[in-house]
Every structure is written in C-alpha cells, then in structure tokens.
Design a protein around this ligand. Sequence first.
Ligand SMILES: Cc1cc2nc3c(=O)[nH]c(=O)nc-3n(C[C@H](O)[C@H](O)[C@H](O)COP(=O)(O)OP(=O)(O)OC[C@H]3O[C@@H](n4cnc5c(N)ncnc54)[C@H](O)[C@@H]3O)c2cc1C
Length: 169
Amino acid sequence: MPEQWRNRQRLFGTCLLRSRLMSSQHVVVAGGGAAGLFAAIACAEAAPETAITVLEKGPQFLSKVRISGGGRCNVTHACFDAREFAAHYPRGGQALIGPLERFQASDTVAWFESHGVRLKTESDGRMFPVTDSSQTIVDCLLRAAEAAGVKLTQNCGLESVTNSNALPR
Ligand SMILES: Cc1cc2nc3c(=O)[nH]c(=O)nc-3n(C[C@H](O)[C@H](O)[C@H](O)COP(=O)(O)OP(=O)(O)OC[C@H]3O[C@@H](n4cnc5c(N)ncnc54)[C@H](O)[C@@H]3O)c2cc1C
C-alpha cells in the first residue's frame, strides 16, 4: 500500500476518535494535514450536529500542502477512471479501487470548484490551482473548515487513544 494512502487511512480511520460530549457526539481528528482537514470537513458537512475538532501537534495546519508541488500543490491528476487511476499506483492499487470509485479525481475537481477554487490541467495531466499557488488550497481548506464549524487547535498533539465503549456511561 503506498505510503501516502497508508497515512490517509491512518488519519481517516485509526485516529478518528469518537467520544461523548454531554449528550451529543464529538469527533476528534488527529493531524491537521490535508487528510485530517478534508476528513473533518466531510464529517462536519455530513453531520452538522456533531462537534468536530482537529488537533494538530505542530504550530501550523497544512504545512506539507504549503510546500507541495513546489509551492503550487499538485491537487490531483486528470484521470477520471477509478481503475485506470489506481493502476498508476505500483503497490496497493487494488486497495484503492473501492475508495476511488466512491471519490475520484473528478469529485476532487468538483469539490474544489464548489468551494471556489478552479483547477487547471497541465500537458502531463497534473492538476494545479489556476493561481499556481498552494496557498489557494490552504486557504480553501481552512475556509471550508471554518464554514462547517470545525474547531482547529494547533500545538496540541494526540498522545493516546481510549476506546470510548470502555468509558462509563
Ligand atoms: C516536498 C513535498 C511535496 C509534495 N507534493 C505533493 C503534491 O504536489 N501533491 C500531492 O498530492 N502530494 C504531495 N506531497 C505529498 C503530501 O505530503 C501529501 O499529499 C499530503 O500532504 C499528505 O497529507 P496527510 O494529511 O496525509 O499528512 P501530513 O501532511 O503529513 O499531515 C499529518 C499531520 O498530522 C500531524 N500529526 C502527526 N501526529 C500527530 C499527533 N499525534 N497528534 C496531532 N497531530 C499529529 C502532523 O504534524 C501533520 O501536520 C508532497 C510531499 C512533500 C514532502
């Protein structure tokens, strides 16, 4: 499985904590990178009544996105067939087919457009924001998180995880 996907799976899956906050649910996402922010926004948009917090151990959210693609952020690739897209991953491509059939490059393009960011395609298929600046992507994700009511807390690393089923009710 590619490292990038393993990271996303870790952040989307294992590090998603569900705890009880009074009578409502509280979702805590560990890590304020691209995966954590996007997961938190998706969660908040799907369940507006749920409190969502992203904990980032560093001083800044989306620090890798800022430097990605040489400062331009290669957001996705113009390949709109899930199987063909997955085939470009030398290891773990098979595991990507299911997730990509649910959310693939065209969904990424549509998501950013619906949040005010237009992408362009270069001759080799790589897709970047038309501004050629990763800051556009950083601003978009931070704005979307804020609009969805996601609470962002930096300088706060997750140190341990407790199974909420084991907590007294
Ligand atoms: C130089 C460079 C250029 C790249 N260019 C591109 C590109 O153009 N396009 C592309 O798709 N990908 C690119 N990548 C890959 C890029 O890193 C990933 O696409 C993306 O940043 C991964 O996001 P992530 O959220 O999975 O991980 P990360 O960005 O690594 O985010 C994880 C976050 O979790 C935080 N964290 C870790 N442990 C804890 C904890 N216990 N508690 C709280 N927070 C924690 C970390 O501080 C970090 O902020 C590039 C990578 C590099 C290094």
